[in-house]
Design a protein around this ligand. Structure first.
Ligand SMILES: [Fe+2]
Length: 337
């Protein structure tokens, strides 16, 4: 019933103006499973049980074959949406398009899933989609995404301004490397459950608005991006969904200096380094793509081969939008069906 109340609150939220939003925010906090308020405990327990029952046991469960990315069938769309609801992610596998380098695939699938507002991040191409590949020299040199080194655990855009948080991502594989380049993926909602099971005080610490600061990015004396401070976990008041902002990096990152936060960050690190079955591992093949609500992810190091088909090339779209059909009212509907 509490989920039903929350669902009603979220429906109402769609029509509220700025003044009423604060009232709705309170309602969301009272009934959200991601809230630590005592009155939200039942909502959390109900959602937790459901989530544990539907979360995939292996990466193959989030793979969905599609015939034509420019015209999905209703069955394909439904299968992908089910993956979104279960794990905040899906991996499509295109069966019959030979030109996987066509960027329109990313643009079309983004629109298909409600990802409309692209983040024009540093390093993106003119169309705001980024070609992730090894680049020697130039401005991108020194940035790990453009190297063959491993990428540690993170969510995308953890250094972005609060108004430009990355909620959705597409990673489309044109070519894999000759060796390596596997992604590990963890739905951030599962990380939330893990930490709250360990100690709800960890969640409380990680929801504090000052808990994580990424210092300004300064190149040759010029500030490219200002320092950004914000929470790790937050509840999106527009969608009721859980958002996570995180990087495992140890340099150029400032955590609030208190014992609970230190223990919480250590618990995150330990879990991400574990062999938990909740961590899904997959190496994208040509014509495959990860579509997700900015779940936690990393990348192993890789080695490119001689031919162009063995030079790793991934198109990345980062969006301010969350995937359509994954607002918390959609989860509530899935829970009650
Ligand atoms: Fe990333």
């Amino acid at each position: 019933m509490i989920v039903g109340v929350f669902y009603c609150c979220m429906k109402r939220l769609q029509y509220l103006d700025g003044y009423n939003l604060s009232l709705s925010t309170l309602m969301v906090k009272k009934h959200s499973p991601f809230s630590l308020l005592p009155e939200a405990e039942t909502a959390y327990q109900n959602w937790r049980s459901w989530k544990l029952s539907v979360y995939p046991k292996q990466a193959s469960e989030i793979l969905v074959a599609i015939n034509d990315p420019f015209s999905l069938s209703s069955e394909e769309r439904d299968l992908i949406n089910q993956c979104f609801l279960r794990a905040n992610m899906a991996v499509y596998t295109i069966n019959n398009v030979s030109d996987f380098a066509n960027k329109k695939i990313v643009q079309t699938l983004g629109k298909e899933f409600g990802l409309l507002r692209l983040d024009n991040n540093l390093g993106a191409d003119d169309d705001s989609i980024t070609s992730l590949q090894v680049i020697a020299g130039g401005q991108k040199q020194g940035y790990i995404p453009y190297s063959d080194k491993k990428l540690s655990w993170h969510t995308d855009g953890y250094y972005n301004h609060a108004q430009e948080q990355i909620r959705g991502i597409i990673l489309h594989c044109v070519n894999p490397a000759a060796e390596g380049g596997e992604n590990a993926l963890l739905d951030h909602e599962m990380m939330y459950i893990h930490l709250r099971d360990l100690d709800p005080a960890y969640i409380s610490a990680l929801m504090k608005p000052e808990v994580l600061t990424i210092p300004a990015n300064v190149e040759n004396g010029t500030e490219i991006r200002g320092a950004q401070t914000g929470p790790v976990f937050s509840i999106d008041t527009e969608t009721g969904a859980l958002h996570m902002r995180y990087s495992a990096r140890k340099r150029n990152i400032i955590w609030t200096d208190d014992a609970v936060t230190t223990a919480a960050v250590s618990a995150i690190d330990d879990f991400l380094a574990s062999d938990s079955p909740w961590i899904l591992r997959h190496r994208l093949e040509p014509g495959q793509g990860l579509v997700c609500n900015n779940v936690l992810h990393n990348r192993t190091s890789f080695k490119n081969g001689a031919g162009s088909e063995h030079q790793r090339l991934i198109y990345r779209g980062r969006y301010y939008d969350r995937l359509a059909g994954t607002y918390f009212n959609d989860t509530a509907k899935a829970m009650s069906s």
